[in-house]
Ligand binder design. Sequence first.
Ligand SMILES: Nc1ncnc2c1ncn2[C@@H]1O[C@H](COP(=O)(O)OP(=O)(O)OP(=O)(O)O)[C@@H](O)[C@H]1O
Ligand SMILES: [Mg+2]
Length: 262
Amino acid sequence: MNVIQERYKEDKWMGVVEVKDLDLYYGSTQALKKINLSIEKNAVTALIGPSGCGKSTFLRTLNRMNDLIEGVRIDGQLLFEGKDLYKDFDEIELRKRIGMVFQRPNPFPMSIYDNIAYGPRIHGLNDKNKLDEIVEKSLKGAALWDEVKDRLKKNALGLSGGQQQRLCIARTLAVEPEILLMDEPTSALDPISTSKVEELMDTLKEKYTVIIVTHNMQQAGRISDYTAFFLSGEVVEFSKTEDIFYKPKDKRTEDYITGRFG
Ligand SMILES: Nc1ncnc2c1ncn2[C@@H]1O[C@H](COP(=O)(O)OP(=O)(O)OP(=O)(O)O)[C@@H](O)[C@H]1O
Ligand SMILES: [Mg+2]
């Protein structure tokens, strides 16, 4: 019995996101095959697997970023809070509620303050006091406030790589998403910045649902509650992280975890 069946048996809930028999094609090439996953609210779910197995593609289906890529076709069902993610939501609204942090920090070439205020302003907020409040709260949420509070008007491109990535996390938090999608958010960072972002995860999941792609097994083990192992566009195994790491059911999962292939 897999983790999804267990939860249904316990009659606990539906996940905040439910993925049912999801197929995705780039033109005639199938990149995702019959994906079934159930994402628990206020938990960290890690997506692992070798390069090209479909992790980023899957992550992008969750806030409809693939809609921006020509020739993409999707079959199956994605539910967000029980509603059809593709039919029942306006995509701008959806991307506010399901935010994304990318592999490479990509701050806008403007001040630290304006980077954070950008999203709220786009959504119509102009009140200076309210914006000040959001900027402070978001930077605190991303564990960056103390390092930048005296230089908010300085250009964000002057920050270190690790600081830039936390700024991007803060920028995403500023529009108060419910879900944070993170695609290898620490792969371009040094070990100290990486551990700062990792420490953040524990606090983030009190408020947010986090789905993170990582190539770093130790990282997946340290920060996630659930892990999905992807291989060639399929989810081979999806389980509690400790089970994936210590009691993998599939030989291919075991081989990957122990570094025998990948
Ligand atoms: N825009 C695209 N057009 C066509 N094919 C694509 C596109 N993006 C990805 N693919 C293909 O889909 C498959 C899955 O790619 P994806 O980027 O999701 O893998 P990944 O697991 O994130 O890999 P990595 O760990 O290297 O980031 C690959 O075969 C890739 O070449
Ligand atoms: Mg990727």
